[in-house]
Design a protein around this ligand. Structure first.
Ligand code: 13P
Length: 317
């Protein structure tokens, strides 16, 4: 069942975080629903602008609606990831998305406030909730590319002003992560000190962690052994998720780790079966492996096992 993130965040705040997983196709959708239902977790489906145009936005919507019917127990939000203003309005008016992200973080502060405010007004009029972003992550995400030097951590004082002036429902903060497979070098890690300062100024307000893939080293090694070249890839220590949740993070975005599962499964299978022409055996392995990864993430996030209480809270059982 599709819900807004509002109730999910209220239930999770301070205790655990909800996994927000980017998907693009049928196999990811099946793996995602299986992994979340098996681990009994509420979840958020993230759809980026690129995912909407990979086949067609209606195609992905139809796949998700079919999965919803196949897994009646599942409770999830459908979220537009990194929307520009135009894509946000399209998602809000579609009646399908329960949540949108307006990402105007690359604009100056006043412009970011103005754009976010406009999207919040349009979204709230239709019962859709809004995630906004202040500060800038490194890496490439949809319409925004930021190099290391351009990445800016969120200013805690500005975060409070931004939330008050825009009326957004949750805030994506930049605390040292970046999108993609290469996040940190040396001893760099999450800036939980900055997160703590943000939480002090915005107690009880849901925060969002982007760029949270952990880039498991075992996965990287297997990909490289099967012909890949991902040297030096490094991600977020997933053992920090629970601490981040205590500090107000209620949504954790994971995309690249799912892509790594896809690359590993396909590279290994095709290497071991050079004669293969049927794509279905690989697809089946991918769905199972992706489901396993989702269930593992939910354990780390603390969202595993929360589905019964969420269903009760929403009056579904
Ligand atoms: P990763 O690249 O770390 O998976 O981040 C995904 C993300 O933040 C999507 O918005």
């Amino acid at each position: 069942m599709i819900v807004t993130t509002k109730k999910l965040f209220e239930a999770a705040y301070g205790k655990y975080a909800i996994g927000a997983y980017n998907i693009n196709n049928l196999e990811q959708a099946m793996g995602l629903f299986r992994g979340n239902v098996e681990s009994q977790a509420p979840f958020i489906i993230q759809i980026s602008k690129g995912a909407r145009s990979y086949t067609h936005k209606s195609m992905l919507e139809a796949i998700i609606r079919a999965a919803d019917a196949l897994f009646p127990e599942a409770v999830f939000a459908v979220h537009l990831d990194h929307g520009d203003e135009e894509t946000c309005y399209d998602a809000i008016n579609s009646g399908f998305y329960s949540s949108v992200m307006i990402d105007a973080s690359h604009e100056d502060f006043e412009t970011n406030v103005a754009i976010t405010r406009r999207v919040v007004e349009a979204a709230h009029a239709k019962g859709v909730v809004v995630e906004a972003e202040l500060g800038q992550l490194g890496g490439v995400e949809e319409h925004v590319a930021v190099d290391e030097a351009g990445a800016k951590l969120t200013d805690p004082d500005k975060a409070k002003e931004f939330v008050e002036r825009t009326g957004c429902d949750s805030l994506a903060v930049a605390i040292g992560t970046s999108h993609g497979a290469y996040k940190f070098s040396g001893a760099q890690t999450l800036r939980l000190d900055v997160l703590a300062e943000i939480q002090k100024r915005l107690p009880g307000f849901p925060l969002v962690l982007h760029g949270a893939s952990s880039i498991p080293q075992e996965e990287v090694e297997r990909i490289n052994a099967a012909g890949g070249n991902l040297k030096g890839a490094k991600g977020v220590d997933e053992n920090l998720f629970k601490r981040a949740a205590e500090l107000g993070v209620t949504k954790v975005n994971i995309d690249t780790d799912g892509r790594l599962v896809w690359v590993r499964v396909h590279r290994e299978y095709l290497k071991e079966h050079p004669e293969v022409v049927d794509f279905r055996p690989i697809g089946k392995i991918f769905m199972a492996e992706y489901a396993k990864m989702i269930a593992h993430k939910n354990e780390k996030l603390g969202s595993a096992g929360r589905l019964p209480e969420i269903r009760k809270l929403l009056g579904l059982d």
